[in-house]
Design a protein around this ligand. Structure first.
Ligand code: PLP
Length: 453
């Protein structure tokens, strides 16, 4: 009998005891290939000696110093590195205001999103626009489980039980080509049309009320690795600029190298005003998140209130920042970004070969080592499986049986829950492990489909 209040109250969990590269080993000695990094966290695998040593060294010298009193070398150096790697805006005026050159550290993804929402509101207050009180975000998005993040999130089933507690927020359609692109419409035309939904929503609610638009650069935990259409975010940026609306990009899952670029939005040619990161930042070695903040927002708040009324006891924890710094050093020293792109292509090719013609796989998509699969009961009509069959939960259970950790999830499609599988193996994954992943996933999928046949 466990006294731990686990998120899943009905079934017992195996006891994880050790990690070895891409594998987790449980108390019975069973090995699981971690093909999703938990939830896109473990980008360096589970036993990186350099990161462990860096955390230990920080614990030996100073485990904790409250950031209301002190800064630390690890926090300063990590911020320097993130700022140096952040995408740069084009043009002189944008470079002055939009360069992401401040980093606000927190302990996870939801905290990063909460901080970004409050920073955006604070910036509106400090520029004399207190009437801006509304966020616009997207349906089928996930920004975290705290109440502010849940309010901007657009994942219906996660929101539902807490709906009466959520602040008002507006939602537009996601950029989701598999279901929203029209027959004969080019990718570029679709990207522009999808972005124009923001313009329409702004006209409807009034631009003077909108603080910011919030979106995941590549959608993760609700739809399984859906990249934006070409030109989508550039159009979104233009719309936001025209109306004085801030752009918050959530790269908690897709950032920190998962797509083959340290910041996913670099590939889309946009620089947001606030950029949320977590997961791969601490890589599972420590709980860590951050918000990269533009010079413009920082200067506005500094020249106004001069204070950001926020913060948590463990924000910028010294050992967490030391871990995050070691992860960044490892990614740079081992030149892992080209590797993620190469192995991402290798994974996507394997998935296409194995599942491209599968009768119940409707779509395969993704970027780098961030790949997703959408399951459908009917490929032609793109009909989702009946949610009461709980296909995604069955795939998860069957995969665990087979010794595979993947991240099946239920998204909501036109009010109906659909089934998706997210794959996010570590950046150090080997080709042979990609074969193992594909084999075990096929085995789990077949077993789960047989369960509901
Ligand atoms: N934002 C995105 C895009 C996420 O995928 C997640 C978690 O899955 C979060 C925010 C919340 O992060 P955390 O679980 O660390 O609070």
């Amino acid at each position: 009998m466990t006294h731990v209040f686990h998120r899943q109250l009905k079934s017992p969990l195996p006891v994880a005891v050790s990690g070895q590269g891409a594998y987790i080993i449980d108390s019975t000695g069973k090995r699981y290939l971690d093909a999703s990094g938990g939830a896109a966290v473990s980008c360096l695998g589970h036993s990186d000696a350099e990161v462990v040593a860096a955390v230990k060294a920080q614990l030996d010298s100073l485990p904790f110093a409250h950031t209301g009193f002190f800064t630390t070398e690890a926090m300063e150096e990590l911020a320097d590195r993130l700022v140096a790697a952040a995408p740069r805006p084009a043009g002189e005026a944008a470079a002055r205001t939009r360069t992401l050159d401040k980093v606000y550290f927190v302990s996870g993804g939801s905290e990063a999103v909460e901080a970004a929402l409050k920073l955006a509101r604070q910036a509106c207050l400090d520029r004399g626009e207190p009437g801006r009180d509304l966020f616009i975000a997207r349906r089928q998005s996930y920004h975290g489980n705290t109440l502010g993040a849940l309010a901007v999130g657009g994942n219906a089933w996660r929101r539902e039980p807490f709906q009466p507690l959520l602040m008002p927020a507006e939602h537009i359609a996601p950029c989701y080509a598999y279901r929203e692109q029209l027959a004969g419409e080019s990718d570029a035309d679709y990207g522009l049309r999808a972005a124009d939904a923001l313009e329409e929503k702004i006209q409807e609610v009034g631009a003077h009320r909108v603080i910011a638009f919030v979106a995941e650069t590549v959608v993760g935990a609700t739809l399984g690795a859906v990249p934006p259409a070409p030109g989508y975010f550039r159009r979104i940026r233009d719309i936001c600029d025209r109306h004085g609306i801030l752009l918050i990009l959530d790269e908690v899952m897709s950032g920190m190298g998962r797509t083959g670029h340290l910041f996913a939005c670099a590939e889309d040619g946009v620089v947001p005003d606030l950029l949320c990161i977590a997961k791969g930042l601490g890589a599972g070695y420590q709980p860590l998140g951050a918000v990269l903040c533009s010079a413009g927002i920082y200067d506005t708040i500094q020249g106004g209130t001069g204070y950001f009324q926020h913060g948590h006891t463990y924000s910028g924890h010294a050992a967490a920042c030391a871990g995050g710094l070691a992860v960044q050093k490892a990614i740079a020293a081992r030149d892992l970004m080209p590797r993620v792109r190469k192995m991402g292509t290798a994974l996507s090719e394997r998935l296409q070969a194995r599942f491209g013609n599968h009768p119940f796989v409707g779509d395969l998509r993704g970027r780098g080592l961030f790949q997703g699969m959408e399951l459908v009961a009917d490929r032609g009509a793109k009909t989702p499986f009946d949610p009461s069959l709980k296909l995604n939960a069955r795939i998860k259970a069957r995969a665990m049986e087979a010794g595979l950790i993947c991240y099946p999830m239920g998204g909501t499609i036109d009010g109906v829950r659909g089934d998706h599988v997210l794959l996010a193996p570590p950046f150090i994954v080997e080709e042979a492990q990609l074969d193992e992943l594909t084999d075990k996933l096929a085995q789990a999928l077949d077993a789960a489909l047989a369960d509901i046949a």
